[in-house]
Ligand binder design. Structure first.
Ligand code: SF4
Length: 377
């Protein structure tokens, strides 16, 4: 398998733009007749012509979703354990320059927060921290994971880029999945968006999912923050990254997250906002290109949008979400959120909504075979 950098080099931005602008409707329809799609087919489904053929693309995306996922929709919830961050990502509310309440939960406080989430029914949890390696160190994360492990069937991380050794330590502690947002796959734009701090290193972040795969992570997720780069650039690059990981690590589950940029504390101008039609086109093109890959839609999106994307390819949604640190356990402080969420539904409301759509809400679809806990039954 060629290296990821070689694959990206074959798809310079001008080539992506050319296919996006010039693919014909006939080419789109030919792609829809294929069983297995290649990267050019994926880009064709992202093209301007494909935007005029959303109905037949929707039919294919729906049929593939049913074929590979049935009517199951997995639920999870995030738990922010620290918002202290040394980076200055221009689009983020936790940017080190923003003035907000900074909280770093102790292991005991994280335990209280996690217990509160467990008590309302959550069994899959995603831990998030800012990028402050001295404070939110890999060993701190491992301590939190070990403490909360009895409550959850699955524990994921969405944290700064780690070494392979650190990922292996977290796998050992009980983490089974990681999500890494590249934010944008345009290296020049990436450098501008991340002017200082460890996150400035584009390639170290780009290669983090591969390090996690080598460290034994069961499941990986990648994604771009839609709205930073032109639509066709980061949507295509995200799919290409996931496709490359799937082929390079066939034993690892490779998923995609699809965040669109949201308002936050501080000022940031969104130059490439992705409208709803393009957003839906992206989800359906992903489903056709990567039919077995889970697609996660967060509460950045409205209840209306999330519900309508489930039949078209989304298989994983969050519920009962807060992007603040603290506030769930009885005696923990709380901070401002990282960004404003749009869908405020609780776990039980989300379960009902999924049921009303004719789908099955799955609280727990996996359990660590080495775990000895029983609290997550
Ligand atoms: S996106 Fe992450 S790394 Fe960047 S400022 Fe926000 S919390 Fe820190």
């Amino acid at each position: 398998m060629q290296a990821l950098s070689e694959l990206f080099a074959k798809w310079p931005s001008e080539r992506r733009r050319d296919v996006y602008e010039n693919a014909s409707k006939e080419q789109v329809l030919r792609v829809l007749d294929k069983q297995i799609l290649d990267p050019m087919d994926f880009l064709t489904l992202l093209s301007k012509s494909a935007l005029e053929l959303l109905e037949p693309i929707a039919q294919k995306a729906h049929s593939l979703t049913l074929r590979y996922f049935g009517r199951a929709v997995n639920l999870f919830t995030p738990l922010y354990i620290s918002n202290i961050c040394t980076n200055q990502c221009r689009y983020c509310g936790f940017n080190a320059k923003n003035h907000l309440t900074r909280i770093h939960l102790s292991v005991d406080e994280a335990f209280q927060e996690a217990k509160a989430l467990h008590d309302v029914g959550h069994r899959h949890i995603l831990l998030l921290t800012g990028d402050a390696p001295k404070l939110s160190s890999p060993s701190y994360m491992a301590d939190v994971v070990r403490a909360i492990k009895p409550f959850f069937a699955s524990i994921g991380i969405e944290v700064y880029s780690l070494t392979e050794q650190d990922y292996a330590m977290l796998v050992q502690a009980g983490v089974d999945n990681m999500t890494m947002f590249q934010e944008t796959y345009d290296p020049t734009l990436y450098e501008w968006l991340h002017p200082v701090g460890p996150k400035h290193d584009y390639h170290y972040r780009l290669n983090a999912p591969e390090r996690a795969a080598k460290a034994g992570m069961r499941s990986l997720g990648v994604g771009a923050l839609l709205g930073l780069a032109p639509y066709e650039q980061d949507t295509f690059a995200t799919g290409l990254h996931a496709w490359w990981l799937s082929r390079s690590y066939p034993g690892v589950d490779i998923g995609i997250s699809i965040p669109r940029i949201c308002p936050h504390e501080g000022e940031f101008t969104v130059n490439n906002a992705v409208d709803d039609r393009h957003f839906v086109q992206y989800v359906m093109a992903l489903r056709c290109f990567l039919p077995r890959s889970p697609i996660t839609c967060s509460t950045r999106e409205s209840a209306f949008m999330r519900d309508h994307l489930i039949p078209l390819g989304v298989t994983r949604v969050s519920a009962g979400v807060s992007t603040a640190v603290g506030g769930r356990g009885s005696d923990t402080q709380t901070s401002e959120g990282q960004f404003e969420i749009t869908d405020h539904r609780s776990l039980s409301q989300m379960i009902q909504a999924i049921h009303d759509l004719g789908y099955q809400a799955v609280i727990k679809d996996w359990e660590d075979p080495t775990a000895t806990n029983s609290a997550c039954a």
